[in-house]
Design a protein around this ligand. Structure first.
Ligand code: PAF
Length: 285
């Protein structure tokens, strides 16, 4: 398993793989890999000849009062897990490599970045789209794999790829959950045992919504109230937002129709968690 930390070295390898006619799959991550990431790597390996995983905790997508300093990191473990899942190379640049002094360019997707997580994390998606564009330019993959757990991030990246005519196939991959329903996240390690138990109301509330919809409920405000009351049954959980929106445009809707995203974010103890389900349009998680 190769670990590469410079743009030049990575480009040389990619150029040589492409000259052999090999397809390149790419899984961008911030490290501290869990089963969700590994499912993306496995899928990338199944669909491509050469798989690059980037491990880079991107400072520009964290706000001043967010968890950049306590974001978990363990490159040795990430390397081992990536290799076992089929990755061929890890790209692990420093902050100086990704953002050399004098950098002045950012990439910004408007509108859909201002809702949901964008409303409570100003600047977050600009950090994501800028780093993902840079990574796409460095790795130049045929396909890039993103989890549906970050549903808004996925929608923003799909829009960016479409709007900027990027010649990359974005492959969405389903959420991976713990047996008890908690969506896998690198941040889960920062939950205390008690907070972790409390966090289960998040997936429970989404499952309650899914059941209501399966039984024919179409009114968004009725479903919203159920999701809210399930979460509020746990006083350790502080809701940031619950949104029931069009699954493509992220626009507010009144009735369940077509592809719908039910997304939520909440603070559990000191940890901000997100979760969602997608109803219609594609398989529900
Ligand atoms: O989803 C993540 O881990 C990050 O937002 C990403 C896409 C690797 C960009 O830093």
């Amino acid at each position: 398993m190769q670990i590469v930390s410079t743009v030049e070295a990575l480009r040389k390898i990619i150029k040589s793989k492409k000259s052999e006619g090999k397809s390149i799959g790419f899984v961008p991550t911030m490290g501290f890999l869990h089963e969700g990431h590994l499912s993306l790597i496995k899928r990338a390996k199944a669909e491509n000849d050469f798989v690059v995983v980037s491990v880079f905790v991107n400072p520009t997508q964290f706000g001043p009062n967010e968890d950049l300093s306590v974001y978990p990191r363990d490159l040795e473990r990430d390397t081992e897990l990536s290799e076992k899942s089929g990755a061929d190379l890890i790209f692990h640049p420093t902050v100086e490599v990704m953002y050399p002094e004098g950098s002045k360019t950012t990439v910004n997707v408007t509108d859909i970045t201002e809702k949901l997580c964008g409303a409570s994390r100003p600047g977050h998606f600009q950090g994501v789209t800028t780093v993902v564009t840079k990574l796409f330019n460095i790795v130049s993959p045929h396909r890039a794999y993103f989890g549906e757990k970050d549903a808004q991030q996925l929608a923003v990246i799909q829009k960016m790829v479409e709007d900027l005519n990027m010649d990359i196939e974005v492959v969405p991959c389903p959420i991976v959950r713990e047996k008890d329903g908690l969506a896998m996240s690198s941040r889960n390690v920062n939950l205390t045992e008690e907070d972790r138990k409390a966090a289960l109301v998040l997936s429970k509330s989404l499952m309650a919504a899914k059941e209501m919809i399966e039984q024919g409920e179409k009114k968004v405000d009725v479903i919203y109230e159920t999701v809210k009351s399930v979460i509020e049954s746990e006083n350790k959980v502080e809701i940031d937002y619950i949104e029931i929106v069009d699954g493509v445009t992220l626009e507010a809707i009144d009735e369940i129709e077509g592809k719908v995203l039910i997304a939520l974010a909440a603070k559990v103890g000191k940890v901000r968690l997100i979760d969602n389900i997608i109803i219609g349009g594609q398989k529900c998680c």
